[in-house]
Design a binder for this molecule. Structure first.
Ligand code: BES
Ligand code: MN
Ligand code: ZN
Length: 499
């Protein structure tokens, strides 16, 4: 998609298939809507009065209004003017993008970003607008016999004041990259598990490194993983005929910032199918466990976005990837494995496999002497029970890192909620036969999972995001969401200070 800004003075002379303006509740027109209404001799105000309540997210196209050059004016509802905020703006931009996709519109000009709102800058609003447009252009069509009709939206322009064009352009650039990163994450999540294998994820990392010159990919195979003594990760991989992959994707900015900067490391859970293993899951909805690599997908999507933006900081993405299947060589309840850290683990439930592959990746991350490590994983059903599909679960004992991630989530409208991670929960992981068990019983299941990981993340500031409830939608709209790519990119942008 092509993003641009416009600063034309007379909106009514603008030729575009769809010109979008904001309308508040009780018939209050935004500045742009008012200007168009004057050019159309009051026609817009009359339509608003007759049939538009301007509820947030609502949308009413007005075709070929007299006195206006655009083929249609799209009225977008912004709710009550005194409650207007960034989230309502983003929702309206999403409604516009959805309308364009539905109606087969090829290009649109939106005037919404020019409306000030208390909790956002022009850059923030432009970022949200571009992200919405890019996300609406997503269509999964890899495995249909006939190509599905794709959205036609090709050009997206923001109409802004002259003094704000540079800020708007920077926001569009960021939002476009975030949208493309989300769409990559969604595609990987949506692909079936017989296509999106560990090998496929490795190939995706290599393809990214070919496409972006700041990225370098390394994919370690079974032999190299053995040489690293990742006994915990390998124990999960051993149940499947599909070979595991340990992916390291490194972004080195083209211009190094002054001074020395330790990298941020992102670690994504890459279980390309989770049957539960010998502790097998029930049949209904088991297909959804193809999404168990959405942490990995969010790492690859985030790496794509920051490479496109050439973020001025080093970031390293790590993905341990394998399948979790039952077989004659699979983990059994009672098995004890030795992790790369040397700590031994009694596997009491083979379905708690995510932590078994992540722990070795967290140990591997030590070699980068990282400023921070964030792991992202569809780790526990318990997190879905606790937080539903709204917030990702955030676990961290590092106050600064936790606050930075929470703020990034709020800013990016991709929220996370802080969960506890105190030593008192560690007792639940006690094993009679090994340094720890891989499960802590039903109480606080998402917390004990995080406690398990914390035992491998002591050498650097660390945070864990449980995205089991936010990475995909169930039911009729089943599919990957691309979360938490927006949160992660926002965190990295904030950190690099390029806002
Ligand atoms: N991938 C699942 C977590 C999951 C379950 C995500 C349901 C979304 C929906 C993970 O590997 C898993 O199976 N966790 C177990 C842990 C338990 C055995 C301690 C769970 O949550 O049931
Ligand atoms: Mn599992
Ligand atoms: Zn899993």
């Amino acid at each position: 998609m092509e993003f641009s800004t416009l600063t034309t003075a007379s909106l009514h002379t603008l030729k575009t298939p769809a010109l979008a303006v904001g309308v508040f509740q009780d018939g209050v027109l935004s500045e742009a809507a008012d200007a168009l209404d004057q050019a159309a001799s009051g026609a817009l105000r009359a339509i608003v009065k007759a049939e538009f309540d301007a509820a947030p997210g609502s949308c009413l196209p007005v075709h070929a209004p007299a006195g206006i050059a655009a083929s249609r004016v799209i009225l977008l509802g912004l709710g009550a003017q005194d409650h207007y905020k960034a989230a309502v703006h983003a929702r309206a931009q999403a409604a516009l993008a959805a309308y364009c996709a539905r109606a087969g519109v090829a290009g649109t000009v939106s005037t919404l970003a020019a409306i000030a709102c208390p909790d956002s800058s022009m850059t923030d609003r432009a970022r949200a607008a571009a992200r919405a447009a890019a996300a609406a252009a997503y269509r999964y069509d890899a495995t249909f016999s006939k190509p599905r009709p794709a959205p036609k939206l090709r050009t997206f322009a923001l109409h802004v004041g002259r003094g704000q064009a540079a800020q708007a352009r920077e926001g569009l650039r960021q939002g476009g990259a975030i949208g493309a990163g989300m769409n990559l994450a969604r595609t990987l999540g949506d692909l079936p598990p017989n296509v999106c294998t560990p090998t496929y994820l490795g190939k995706t990392a290599r393809d990214l490194a070919r496409q972006f010159k700041t990225l370098k990919a390394e994919v370690l195979d079974q032999r190299k993983i053995e040489a690293l003594k990742m006994g915990s990760f390998l124990s999960v991989a051993r149940g499947s005929a599909e070979p595991p992959a340990f992916i390291v994707l490194r972004h080195t900015p083209s211009a190094r910032p002054a001074g020395k900067h330790a990298p941020v490391v992102l670690v994504g859970k890459g279980i390309t199918f989770d049957s539960g293993g010998i502790s097998i899951k029930p049949g209904p909805a088991m297909d959804e466990m193809k999404f168990d690599m959405c942490g990995a997908a969010s790492v690859l999507g985030t790496m794509r976005a920051i490479a496109e933006l050439d973020l001025p900081h080093e970031v390293i993405g790590i993905v341990p990837s394998c399948e979790n299947l039952p077989s004659g060589t699979a983990n059994k309840p009672g098995d004890i494995v030795t992790s790369m850290s040397g700590q031994t683990i009694e596997i009491l439930n083979t379905d708690a496999e995510g932590r078994l592959i992540l722990c070795d990746a967290l140990t591997y991350a030590e070699r980068f002497k990282p400023a921070a490590v964030i792991d992202i994983a569809t780790l526990t059903g318990a997190c879905v029970i606790a937080l539903g599909h709204v917030n990702s679960g955030l676990f961290s004992q590092d106050e600064d890192l936790a606050q930075a991630l929470l703020a990034a989530g709020r800013e990016a409208l991709d929220p996370a909620w802080r969960m506890p991670l105190e030593d008192a929960y560690q007792d639940q992981l006690k094993s009679n036969f090994a340094d720890m068990a891989n499960i802590g019983g039903r109480p606080a299941g998402s917390v004990t999972a995080a406690c398990f990981l914390s035992r491998f993340a002591g050498k650097y500031p660390w945070a864990h995001l449980d995205i089991a409830g936010t990475a995909w939608n169930e039911g009729k709209d089943k599919g990957a969401t691309g979360r938490p790519v927006p949160l992660l990119v926002q965190y990295l942008l904030d950190r690099a200070g390029s806002r």
